[in-house]
Structure formats: structure tokens, C-alpha cells
Write a protein that binds this ligand. Sequence first.
Ligand SMILES: Cc1cc2nc3c(=O)[nH]c(=O)nc-3n(C[C@H](O)[C@H](O)[C@H](O)COP(=O)(O)OP(=O)(O)OC[C@H]3O[C@@H](n4cnc5c(N)ncnc54)[C@H](O)[C@@H]3O)c2cc1C
Length: 495
Amino acid sequence: MREYDADLGIIAAGPAGLAAAVEASEAGLNVIVLEKSQTVGGAANAGMGPLGIGTKYQRSQMESVTVEKAFNMFMEYTHYNVDARLIKRYFNQSGETIEWLEDHGVEFEGAFRYFPESECTWHIVKTGKKIGPAAASLMNKKLQEAAEKRGVTFLFKHRATKLLKEEGHISGIIAETADGEEVKINCKAALVATGGAGGNKEMIKELTGFEHGKNLFSFAIPNVSGDGLKMAWEAGADRLPVRIEMAADIGGLERANVSVTNVVRQPNLVVNKHGKRIMNEEKMQNTTYLSNVADHQKDKTCFVIFDDETAKYYERNGVDVVSFVTPDPDVSDFHKGFEEIIERGSQNYFKADSLEELADKCGIDIDSLIDTVDEYNGYCEHYDSEFYKNPKFLRPIKTGPFFAAAIHPGGYGTVGGIRINENCEACDKNFEPVEGLYAAGADACNIYDDSYMFLLPGNSMGFALNTGRIAAKSAVSYIKNGGKNKWSLDLLVQF
Ligand SMILES: Cc1cc2nc3c(=O)[nH]c(=O)nc-3n(C[C@H](O)[C@H](O)[C@H](O)COP(=O)(O)OP(=O)(O)OC[C@H]3O[C@@H](n4cnc5c(N)ncnc54)[C@H](O)[C@@H]3O)c2cc1C
């Protein structure tokens, strides 16, 4: 068996593993990173950037988000059902992490909101191109370069399979190459950061009850398949709930053109299969809330409905709500795009000349829908006395053809599963650290309680980077103290 020696073995090169590799190598550790795929970045290659609090961007934009404000918001949002010490440590470090990333060559466009009610915490990575998805892949490359410069060895296409223990503490990692060769890393400490189980249908069903492709349409990032959770649990770490990082799916996994995906995200009437209106559609912008709404309906399905006049208005004027994910309000080829998807035999997009026909196609109770639309059109003339939607988003549904798109629960992946403390030590059922074992990122992200906290955007990548760094600092202290899990004074002072 091929063998390597390292101080710290890091399982996976997503943002959590990368941040840990840079931090630990800068502190003088000999680090090996095992990565199952052939590249760094994991799910974060699809994302745009991390949370930071108290950064120079926020100050220069005259935004006043402080650690105190974010911490209190977070604790209220989660009903104190989470680890306050871990959250405080993460938020406290998050502003400095933005500077730390800049020191390693990452540039930012500034600090942004995801939607107007959210805070300006999302630090979108600058790529030299238009702001948009996948910007954070550049951050991952910069972290890889920084780690390699400090001597970190990356073993790509190496899937970690088992954590080894001797006399109760971590002593190594077993991995397997794509050709089936077994490899052993002898190490004094190990960090598990494999990004959760978002790409593993069976684990999602077993751990959350959702069925990917049936009642959950989430990003299923290949290789992110729950390996780290299984390894850490087997090595003695306690199991915490694994949840979906909810983000509503509109249109199933069908690909529509950008105009269509943009228009169906506008805050128009949302009804369930009973034909009842179910939310203030203004809140659709918080995609976690919309996903939760869909989750509570019959067949975990609801529909957004609008008429041709509204579609034509958007085509002429652009959409009402823009986001950085779909930043261009121009949807001038909406009708063409909708026609294409209907011709492909869509199961999730519907068009009909009458509301009765639309209800029939969607499987919505017809009489109830007609009543709901009547009521809704009344609110459009006066005031939304039902759910209090901002009048600027109230567009009546009168002129055919009528359009609908199905909404289901969706998600970015899973979060949580491994118990950690504020030092990112993986802990057992008695809350005692498993000696030499650390966990970070999505594998250990039990900080949102039941729903992802989108009011502070950049939260999950922010958690990954910051817990990666915290875990590395803890591992440095542990290894420099000869493997005994004692805290060095400088780390306590930093906290
Ligand atoms: C489309 C999309 C957009 C997003 N945008 C944002 C955003 O803008 N801001 C934000 O905060 N969050 C965003 N997120 C979420 C964010 O990307 C994740 O929370 C973050 O990447 C988690 O980091 P991680 O290091 O824990 O895991 P990941 O980034 O998922 O990386 C896990 C890595 O583990 C590797 N791996 C798995 N098993 C093994 C094994 N056995 N051995 C070795 N390697 C293994 C995988 O190949 C992968 O490289 C987005 C997610 C998606 C899907």
C-alpha cells in the first residue's frame, strides 16, 4: 500500500478544506489534502461568494451590519436552538477572513444583499467578468495556489474511505484511487470537510425523508455523497440532524431559457393544488421561505400563475425583481422561451387559453382557483387585505393565455450531521472531542436550525471558510502540544 506521512490530513478540497490547508500550512504543519474529484472547490465552484461582517466594503457602502446585530438576528431566527459559541466565533472571524482571502489574492466586487430584506453580507468574488454564478471558483483556485506555495500536497482522485485510530486518537486516513489502489496517510490529526450528502439520493431519503427528483429538486453536486459523515460517525463523532439547505425549485430539473426562469420567479399569485393562495408572494425572493411553503402543500407542490398582460409588461419593461443570480431584467424573449418548453412536453410549465384549462393541466381545483383569482384581482384594485403584499407587485390575472410554473422544495445540498464545538473539534455523544478529529463546512453545519438563514447571505460558504480556518488553528494547537488536546493561550486570546 502506498503510504504518506503528514501532520494534518484534510479530507476534501472544498472551501472548508482549502481554507484549513492554507491556515495549517502557514502555521508550519505538513499537510496532505485528499480530494475525490480532479479539481478543488466542490459545490462552491457554482457559487458567488462568502459572508463577511464588519468589512471595509460594508463601511465604504455605509452599511451598518455588525457582529452584534448579526449574532442577535441569528439567535432569534433559530430560536436559540443552535450553538451560540460557534456562531459567535464564526461571525467574529468572518470580516477578517475577507481580508485574509484578499491577502491570498482573492478580489471582491463588494458586499451585496441577496434580496432587499437581507443584510449586505454577501461578498461576491471579482472575476473580471459580469457578476454571476460560479464566481467563487476563482477564490478556490487562489486558495489552492496559496496552499501549494506553502508545500501542501493535493492528492486528486483520491477518495477517503476510513479514519484510523490508535489508543483513542486519530492516526491516519485510508483512501482509494480511481483505479482502486489503496493509499494510507499516517497523520496526527484529520479534518473531515466533504460537503455533506447533497449528491447521495439514498442518504437524503434516509436522513431527511425527501426524494430527490420526486419531491425535492436540488443541486446534486457529484462526489458530495456523505462520505465524511459516515467516516466521522464511524470514528466516534456524534450524529446531529442532517437537513436540506432549502432553496425553492421552480420548474423541476427542466431547462428553460433565462427569460422564462426569470419571469416565473416574479412575485405573482402562488396557489396550491387546492386552488388556495398560500403566501405573500413578495417573500418568494427568500428562496428558503418559498421552499418551505412548497414543502407544506399537498404533493409538496404549488404554482406561480400570471397572465399574458403581465408577461407582455415584463417583456416591454423588464421584470419587477432582479437578483444577482439573474441580474438582467431583460426578458424580451419570454414568449418564445415558454413556447419552446411547452413544445418539449414540459411537466412543470403550463400554458392555457382559460383559467379552467390551466387548472386542469396543473391538477388544481378549478372552482377554488377561479374564486381565488377573483379575490386576488380585487386586491390588485385596492389593497391586499389577505397577505399584505406590496401594491407594486400586485398584477391582476385577466387576459389569456395564462401561464403557470410548478414550485417544489429544492436545495443547495445538505447541511449538518457531525457534532462540533466552537473549536471545530468533532465531539462524541458525551460532547468530548474525538482526539485529533476536526470537522468543518457543510458536514458540520448545524447552525441554521430548521431553515437556511438567507437574511445573512453568503452564510454557508462563509461557514465553510471560517470553520476550515478554526479547525486548522485547533489542529495546530493540538499537534504542537504533542497531540494532547490542550488550548494554547494565543488561541484563547484570539477568541
Ligand atoms: C449552485 C450553488 C450556488 C451556491 N452559492 C453560494 C454562495 O454564493 N454563497 C454561499 O455562501 N454558499 C453558496 N452555496 C453553498 C456553498 O457552495 C457550500 O455551502 C460550500 O461549498 C460548502 O463547502 P464545503 O467545503 O463544506 O463542501 P463542498 O464545497 O461541497 O466540497 C466538498 C468536497 O469534498 C469532496 N469529497 C467528497 N467526498 C470525498 C471523499 N470521500 N474523499 C475526498 N474528497 C471528497 C468533493 O469532491 C468536494 O470537492 C452554493 C451552492 C450551490 C450548489
